[in-house]
Write a protein that binds this ligand. Structure first.
Ligand SMILES: [Zn+2]
Ligand SMILES: [Zn+2]
Length: 401
């Protein structure tokens, strides 16, 4: 039997087990940076499978990092899953619904964790086929920028000892039917950064505006002008988004307040566009507020860079997935999306590919979007994910460049 066939068969054989892990993790979701029980569940499983090295609390975080050593000497490939859930009240009504009030795996990270556990189990039994090592990264805190996620792990050496030569990861994707996988070389997801602004004016009676400086008017002008950044200062051939999602100010209809604050996000598919945003925003703020005699405070919080799939690794991944699943099940995605993912941080340091795992199924009602309170996956996608991760790891070590 070909290795691909063996891996597909093995993935089917452990489907029930992987499903039960997924459901367990789904029932007990934990928020970003607090993945204590999930991490313990993961490390117990890895030890049970006989993974050669298991590091818990990697770099003082809830990350679990495992290492499987192959029978042959070679390079190291990494597989990454994220483990955190979101502050959402689950409304799927499924028997395995979240048992934790107000917290839910609405981004499918339960599935990513279960899939990587499945791959770890298979890889432990395929050591004679492994030329080098497979590093397993179970990462906390993908959903937030203020706890120990990908950036923290990379800064603390997760890609060293042994040095990682390539990395693969996947994300469930309800827009692609179950059984299908998709990706594309180059940009797949956008950068995601946050800006916070306070416009400072001077309070006065609403009937005597000339005695104050109205921050409501200044904020309105500022927000309108900020929207011209994308249309006037970004190359029209470069996708970019600037959205002000929140605004706050004032107390009463007849009082001009002292200040108005607002917050927003900026997205881009290239590092150049991303890097220009802070100074463009600040230029608008300083120009508009000074025109009205007001003042401002500005904070730009760096989130994640754009997710840019490596050309070579991604062509390799597309080819190998077609070999494994049949080319009709592998989609070269036409367009990137403006969502964000901190897998992009790894890709700034090592070549790799982020893959979309189809989980959409109308009949099973698994077409709700990510982060929706009714989001669920078609569990038939789990063995597909397991097979893809396992196959890519083994094949990349053997044939990858
Ligand atoms: Zn998410
Ligand atoms: Zn996610």
């Amino acid at each position: 039997m070909e290795l691909g066939e063996i891996i597909l068969k093995n993935s089917e054989e452990i489907k029930e087990e992987v499903t039960s892990w997924r459901r367990h993790i789904h029932m007990y979701p934990e928020l970003s940076g607090r993945e204590f029980n999930t991490a313990e569940f993961v490390s117990n499983k890895l030890r049970e499978f006989g993974v050669d090295e298991v590091i818990e609390n990697f770099a003082d975080s809830t990350a679990v990092v495992g290492l499987i050593r192959g029978k042959k000497e070679g390079r190291t490939v990494a597989l990454r899953a994220d483990m955190d859930a979101l502050p959402t009240e689950e409304k799927t009504g499924k028997p395995y619904s979240s048992k934790i009030k107000g917290i839910m795996h609405s981004c499918g990270h339960d599935a990513h964790t279960a899939v990587l556990l499945g791959a770890a189990k298979l890889l432990c039994n395929l050591r004679e086929h492994i030329r080098g090592n497979v590093k397993l990264i179970f990462q906390p805190c993908e959903e937030r920028h203020d706890c120990k996620g990908a950036k923290w792990l990379v800064e603390n050496g997760v890609l060293e000892n042994p040095k990682v030569s390539a990395i693969f990861g996947l994300h469930v994707y309800p827009e692609l039917p179950t059984g299908f996988v998709g990706t594309r070389p180059g940009p797949l997801l956008a950068s995601s950064d946050v800006f916070r602004v306070k416009i400072k004016g001077r309070s006065s009676h609403a009937s005597r505006p000339h005695l104050g400086i109205d921050p409501v008017v200044v904020a309105s002008q500022t927000i309108t002008s900020l929207h011209h950044i994308v249309s006037r200062y970004v190359d029209p051939l470069e996708p970019a988004v600037l959205t002000v999602g929140r605004i706050k100010g004032g107390f009463a209809e007849n009082v001009i307040p002292d200040e108005v604050s607002f917050e927003g996000t900026v997205r881009a598919l290239s590092n150049e566009v991303r890097e220009n945003f802070p100074k463009l925003i600040e230029r608008v703020l300083s120009g508009v507020t000074s025109a009205y005699g007001g003042d401002y405070e500005f904070r730009f919080e760096e989130g994640t860079p754009p997710l840019i799939n490596d050309q070579e690794t991604t062509k390799f991944a597309l080819l190998k997935m077609a070999e494994l699943l049949g080319s009709e099940r592998v989609v070269v995605l036409e367009k990137p999306s403006m969502g964000g993912e901190d897998f992009s941080v790894y890709l700034q340091h090592v070549p790799g590919t982020f893959i979309r795992l189809g989980t959409g199924n109308e009949e099973k009602g698994t077409n709700y979007p990510l982060h929706n309170s009714r989001f669920d996956i078609d569990e038939d996608a789990l063995p597909v994910g397991v097979a893809v991760e396992t196959y890519l790891a083994v094949k990349w070590l053997e044939e990858g460049k």
